[in-house]
Ligand binder design. Structure first.
Ligand code: SF4
Length: 327
């Protein structure tokens, strides 16, 4: 149930894509189920992480929250107001309050615009009454607030590294003073050596601006560093939802347990990690019952027939028939 601290509320969300006859795999008439009955709430000030393997539906969920995709069913509310069914005019104020940072900083900046023009654009759109000098002042203030050199402003995106471009993308998102930022794998395209630097910029912005994040990642070590709460997704379903510390101290869902054991760790002088068995099934043919039953070491007969509900177990929510026994 929503309370006054809830900023974003997602209820029974589904997103399906119909594959047309002329699409890439010739699967005309087939349906891809990207999000399957997801319900979750994000509270003000949280860094809520959504984690899972590639293709689990987490980026589709981010795009649906931002209005870039239309839900097949279910609802999305922001600050208590339903936004998924709004027309463009009604949605406009929410486009300012909700900003997105994309995975690929090489594709998300317009190569023909200077950094200054890139940063001015959203501000001029959302606050057309500002004078040129007010806009320029704001650009400088925001650039400095994220540690970017203002000498970058007259230059073009191709003159910057991936990490610098992502820091420019963060500045662009902050130009309109958003409350909520959806970050879709914002560091996964970057060199490991600069991932921490970009994460730190995002954490500083959170602390200085009271931001709320929905942070999409496949990397659990990033979650441990960045997230306050985390939802683990598998085939469009939330398997486990917990405070980050609770999740890392003792995961309950067998998929979360396997994900955590797959994180590389130093064992003596060697780097070791456990491998997850099997392949992720196709989202075009979802398994019956629990979507994880084909890879789960604890699966029993009921797992093939009955869908486990996400329910409270041991201080978190788990979607597993045997969550009491998996601790
Ligand atoms: Fe494994 Fe069954 Fe739990 Fe699914 S419901 S995670 S298959 S034990």
């Amino acid at each position: 149930m929503s309370d006054s601290q809830t900023l974003l509320s997602i209820a029974n969300l589904r997103k399906q894509f119909r594959i047309t006859a002329d699409s890439w795999c010739g699967g005309g008439g087939q349906v891809v189920s990207a999000i399957n009955d997801v319900s979750l709430e994000i509270r003000k000030g949280e860094s809520f992480c959504l984690v899972g393997e590639s293709g689990c539906g987490k980026s589709t969920l981010a795009r649906t929250v931002m209005g870039l995709e239309t839900p097949t069913s279910g609802t999305i509310a922001y600050g208590g107001t339903r936004i998924d069914d709004m027309n463009d005019g009604a949605r406009l104020p929410y486009r300012r309050r909700m900003q997105m940072i994309f995975q690929n900083p090489y594709a998300s900046l317009n190569p023909r615009m200077t950094i200054s023009q890139t940063l001015e654009e959203p501000l001029r759109f959302h606050q057309p009454g500002l004078s040129d000098s007010q806009v320029r002042d704001k650009v400088v203030t925001v650039m400095e607030s994220v540690g970017n050199n203002t000498s970058w402003l007259s230059r073009f995106p191709h003159e910057f590294s991936g990490g610098q471009r992502q820091r420019i993308s963060i500045a662009r998102a902050l130009m309109v003073d958003p409350e909520f930022v959806v970050a879709d794998e914002p560091i996964s395209a970057l060199d490991v050596s600069i991932q921490a630097q970009v994460l730190n910029v995002m954490m500083d912005a959170r602390n200085e601006r009271d931001l709320t994040y929905l942070f999409i990642t496949h990397d659990l070590s990033v979650v441990e560093h960045f997230g306050t709460r985390v939802a683990v997704m598998y085939l469009g379903v939330v398997c486990e939802l917990a405070d980050t510390r609770t999740l890392f101290a003792g995961p309950r869902h067998p998929y979360t347990q396997l994900l955590l054991s797959a994180i590389p760790k130093m064992d003596g002088s060697e780097m070791t990690h456990d491998r997850m068995q099997g392949e992720v099934p196709s989202a075009m043919q979802l398994p019956s019952g629990c979507v994880f039953h084909g890879r789960c070491p604890h699966a029993k007969a009921v797992c093939k027939t009955d869908i486990p509900a996400l329910r409270d177990v041991a201080g978190r929510q788990v979607a597993c028939h045997f969550a009491e026994e998996t601790g």
